[in-house]
Design a protein around this ligand. Structure first.
Ligand code: UD1
Length: 342
């Protein structure tokens, strides 16, 4: 069996962790990335962890001809895990066209190139943002997709529709994985999240505040309808998340694939508030965080956590690592970054 897998956006946060897990499972990994939001040195970091250097090509999937040429050159790719995309919610509201052109253009070029070599298996990186504020919690895959709150969220919704149509046309079998909130880093602290500039997401902001790069963490709102008033999310360890991609690939190449396009929620099924995260971070790492309550952040949903039954039962995948492991690994990674340039 051919086990050559292309990971687009493979030097990014979730992509790099997935490349490691793929190699651990014996897959040959090729990475393409335009390095818009990541660093080529991550390829060496992956090699340090696994002992194997993945193939790397700097490629912008928005370049249609270069993408077609790449796939012709690697016509034995048996499956693609597609991470390459812009992901900053705020930026997407300021530069919507940049998000639509990049996130959708790269996807359609890539699927055209897949079809040109007869590669039919795609795992797509989607987001729980498609549910908005769900009427029922925990939220299952059957919940309706709500009007997106940002161009970023909209690109995820439209991408799923494009992939669905390509599956209907008989050209593709795909699994879309809707991530809840991925946090943490690899246990070796050799790879992790590398935000450029001021982080938007909670955990990188916490670790940067704890290490002294940021003066103070703002907790966006404490007047929500939740037990402590702060927003609730389903945080999932990035390594657990990475492992789900391998299971999804295996499902696509197995005999038991019943539908051409399937969607799975990836979370732990447990919701934690912002204050839960802060207190647990302080507790497990023995550090004090400078934080204050600030006004709500526009566009934030109040609470969301996953019904993971479908992923548990159909994929046979379950998140194994708890919040303490997530926050310990995130801190270990921040300390690694303090001592080393990546
Ligand atoms: C959102 C999307 C997610 C998307 C991600 C991309 C939802 C439910 N989630 O994540 O699908 O992939 O953006 O970036 O739409 N917070 C603070 N202070 C901070 C930063 C965050 O209090 O400095 C709070 C937020 O208000 C929120 C929680 O921490 O309640 C998590 O925020 P963040 O890490 O940015 O993720 P989401 O907004 O949930």
């Amino acid at each position: 069996m051919n086990k050559k897998i292309l990971v687009t956006g493979g030097t990014g946060y979730i992509g790099s962790h997935t490349a490691v897990e793929l190699q651990n499972c014996g897959y040959e990994v090729l990475i393409v990335d335009n390095l818009a939001n990541s660093n080529e040195n991550i390829v060496s970091q992956i090699e340090k962890i696994t002992g194997i250097r993945p193939g790397f090509t700097q490629l912008d999937l928005c370049d249609r001809q270069a993408t077609l040429d790449y796939f012709q050159k690697h016509s034995d790719i048996s499956g693609v895990i597609h991470f390459a995309a812009y992901k900053a919610v705020g930026e997407s509201t300021e530069k919507p066209l940049m998000y639509y052109q990049n996130n959708l253009g790269s996807l359609t070029n890539m699927m055209e190139a897949m079809a040109s070599i007869g590669c039919k298996h795609l795992v797509f990186s989607s987001s729980c943002t498609v549910y908005g504020q769900p009427a029922e919690l925990p939220v299952s895959e059957k919940a309706p997709v709500k009007k997106a709150m940002s161009p970023y969220g909209n690109t995820k919704q439209i991408s799923e529709e494009i992939i669905f149509d390509q599956c209907l046309a008989g050209n593709l079998e795909a699994i879309s994985l809707r991530y809840f909130n991925p946090i943490g880093a690899h246990e070796t602290a050799l790879i992790g999240e590398l935000p450029i500039g001021v982080p938007n997401n909670l955990v990188p902001f916490i670790t940067q505040t704890a290490i002294g790069k940021r003066e103070m963490l703002q907790v966006f709102g404490d007047d929500y309808n939740t037990p402590d008033g702060t927003c609730i999310r389903d945080y999932i360890h990035v390594v657990d998340l990475a492992k789900a991609h391998i299971v999804a690939l295996e499902r696509l190449s197995g005999e038991n694939n019943l539908e051409r396009f399937e969607i799975f929620n990836l979370g732990t099924g447990i919701g934690y508030s912002v204050l839960d995260i802060i207190l647990t971070f302080e507790g497990v790492n023995g550090v004090k965080l400078n934080y204050r309550i600030a006004p709500r952040r526009p566009g934030d949903v109040e609470k969301v956590w996953a019904d993971t039954t479908k992923a548990n039962e159909v994929l046979g995948w379950k998140a194994e690592l708890g919040l303490e492991a997530m926050l310990r690994s995130a801190w270990k990674w921040e300390k690694f970054l303090q001592n080393k340039e990546i």
